[in-house]
Structures are given as structure tokens and as C-alpha cells.
Design a protein. Structure first.
Length: 219
């Protein structure tokens, strides 16, 4: 299977993690789009979905799935989302699509986090994919200097504003040997909204699609 076929396979496999009548969390990205489409094709009737981005909300509504506000939901049994990189501990880099803050909030509420990905996303060490950091605009230059001091090369994602009205700094050339420590360090920089390291709240299950099908991996 090529990469797109693998994404579709992972998306279809994730439908098995969803039950009729549930309110679920749904992330953002191309693999998640396959999940949403497969969910509709299977005809599973949800109680609704909490979305991590406006793009996902639009796709959910297009399939007749009610989109709910997180503040109106007490709990989410499961959150389905992709990753830009994921290691063997199921710690991830996310945020290539710019929805990292909302993704992190929804993931924090969910009892289970199911990550769906194609084989290219699995890595030994996080950091080859540029690490997204959402930043309040007035703090952009200061935060960039602090990220450079950590050994990275921050670059403004030009022409992009998050759904929260902030900017993204993509940090290249970071070798993230201690993901939890790095996540805490970056989150503590004044002006940072959040960093796209999902190490403290890692995935509970990885559905990894490869040439031989979809593998289930737990931490």
C-alpha cells in the first residue's frame, strides 16, 4: 500500500474503537479525514463529536454528525487523531496542521487517545519533523530566541494564523531525547500557548498502517 492507502486503512481501523451513541473527540489532518469518511460509510450513529479544528468540524457536519462544544460535554470516551511523528513510547509530535492547542485540550479530556498513522510516522527519536509551537503574536521574537537557546532553529509559519488567532513557530533540528522534559520546558516560556509535543499525554493505542495491514501497538 502507498502512503495514502495506509492512511485510509488506519482511518477505517479506528472506526472499530467507536461505539454507537458515544460522543467522541476527533482530531485534524488527512488521516483523520479518512476516519471521518469511514465512520459515515459504516453508518455509526454518534451522540456527537467534539472537534479540534474548524476544518474537521466542517467535514463532520458534511456527514451529518453533530459538532458539540467541549464545555457542554462532561467526558469523552475516546479521541481519534493522527500524528506527524510517533515513537515507541507513543509520544508524538503533532501540529503540522496548526491545530495543536485544541488537539491537546481534547486529548486531555478523553479517557483513551487512539492515534492513527501510516508507517512513515514511526520514528526512533522525535524531532526530524519540525516541532510546532503556538505563540501569542506579541511574544513571537522573544519565544524564538528562547527556542534557539534550546538548540532549535525556529521559523515563523508565514501566512498562517491558528483558529485561536495566534502564530506558529516551527522549530527545526531539535533532537528530542527527553520528550516530557522538553514539553515542560517549552510550555514554561512566557508567550507560548502550547507546544506540539504530546509526551505527558501520549497515545494509549496506535493503529499503525503498513504494507501488511494495520498493527495495534500499546505503550
Amino acid at each position: 500500500m502507498d502512503s495514502e492507502a495506509q492512511k485510509a486503512a488506519a482511518g477505517r481501523a479506528a472506526v472499530d474503537e467507536v461505539r454507537e451513541g458515544q460522543v467522541i473527540g476527533v482530531g485534524t489532518g488527512s488521516t483523520v479525514n479518512h476516519f471521518i469518511d469511514a465512520l459515515a460509510e459504516r453508518g455509526i450513529r454518534l451522540g456527537g463529536a467534539v472537534s479540534s479544528s474548524e476544518a474537521t468540524s466542517e467535514r463532520l457536519r458534511g456527514h451529518g454528525i453533530d459538532v458539540l462544544e467541549l464545555n457542554d460535554v462532561d467526558q469523552l470516551p475516546v479521541y481519534i487523531d493522527g500524528a506527524d511523528e510517533i515513537n515507541r513510547h507513543l509520544q508524538m509530535i503533532k501540529g503540522g496542521g496548526g491545530a495543536l492547542t485544541r488537539e491537546k485540550i481534547v486529548a486531555a479530556v478523553a479517557r483513551r487517545f487512539v492515534c492513527i498513522a501510516d508507517a512513515s510516522k514511526r520514528v526512533d527519536m522525535l524531532g526530524a519533523f519540525p516541532l510546532p509551537v503556538e505563540v501569542i503574536p506579541m511574544a513571537r521574537s522573544y519565544v524564538a530566541r528562547e527556542l534557539a537557546a534550546l538548540g532549535g532553529q525556529p521559523e515563523l509559519r508565514r501566512g498562517f494564523t491558528t483558529d485561536n488567532g495566534n502564530v506558529i513557530l516551527d522549530v527545526r533540528n531539535l533532537k528530542i531525547m527527553k520528550p516530557i522534559e522538553m514539553e515542560r520546558t517549552i510550555n514554561n516560556i512566557p508567550g507560548v500557548v502550547t507546544v506540539g509535543l504530546f509526551a505527558q499525554r501520549r497515545a494509549d493505542l496506535l493503529l499503525l498502517a503498513g504494507a501488511n495491514g494495520v498493527e495495534q501497538i500499546t505503550a
